[in-house]
Design a protein around this ligand. Structure first.
Ligand code: SF4
Ligand code: SF4
Length: 215
């Protein structure tokens, strides 16, 4: 899931500025799970805005703020309320999708978008993928070296580990020791002797679009 964190409320209020009326859009997917964009967070932000003299004229929760069709439908009620500004409590992707459907009203993010991560237990999310676009998990024991190695090394360790811990982030295990142990357990140590290609980050031209409909 996309992991988000709340921005400091002062930053949100600075964006809202002198606006008198505000609408709030939450997201029923990742942001709800991260407790940054569900109904409790909408209620909390509503109280803060109203305490500051703003009028919250409409709120809604999209199933996924990153899915244009659903957002378009939910934004009808928001646009009908004609707010001065909209605060979107989703990831950055959702904020951009909501803004496209906000009748040219300013749309402000209440969250910082952190990473693609795994919910390892309630309230704890570990970073797991950086969307590199050239996944190497098939040769690394399904442990991501781009994300879990502090130097994003794809062809083995830097040699700086101490007692199995990363030299850059000593609280973390060395990713390449984990990869070795996983490949050993799965009987795939031969994969360590194969060189992985340079990631070729320069090959991308942003923004990328993936379509199943052809051109
Ligand atoms: S190698 Fe890592 S960063 Fe790249 S796509 Fe796979 S999991 Fe994501
Ligand atoms: S100690 Fe391990 S995880 Fe840390 S930078 Fe070196 S190879 Fe990567």
């Amino acid at each position: 899931m996309i992991i988000t964190q709340k921005k400091p409320i002062e930053e949100v209020m600075a964006m809202v500025g002198d606006a008198k009326t505000v609408a709030i859009v939450g997201c029923n997917s990742c942001a709800t799970a991260c407790q940054t964009g569900g109904q409790p967070q909408i209620d909390e932000l509503t109280k803060v805005l109203e305490a500051a003299g703003k009028k919250v004229v409409a709120t809604t929760i999209c199933d996924y703020c990153c899915m244009n069709l659903g957002v378009k439908s939910k934004m009808k009620a928001i646009n009908a309320a004609n707010p001065d500004v909209v605060v979107c409590m989703s990831c950055g992707d959702g904020v951009q999708c909501v803004a496209k459907n906000a009748n040219n009203k300013p749309v402000y993010p209440s969250n910082n978008t952190m990473y693609l991560g795994e919910a390892v237990r309630f309230g704890v999310w570990e970073e797991s993928c950086r969307f590199c676009g050239q996944c190497v998990l098939g040769s690394t024991g399904a442990i991501c070296p781009i994300t879990q190695c502090a130097k994003s090394l794809v062809n083995g360790p830097c040699g700086g580990q101490k007692n199995g811990k990363c030299e850059v982030n000593p609280e973390n295990p060395c990713a390449w020791i984990k990869i070795y142990e996983r490949l050993n357990a799965t009987g795939e140590l031969d994969k360590l002797s194969k060189t992985r290609e340079d990631k070729g980050y320069g090959d991308f031209a942003y923004p990328r679009t993936i379509s199943l409909r052809g051109k």
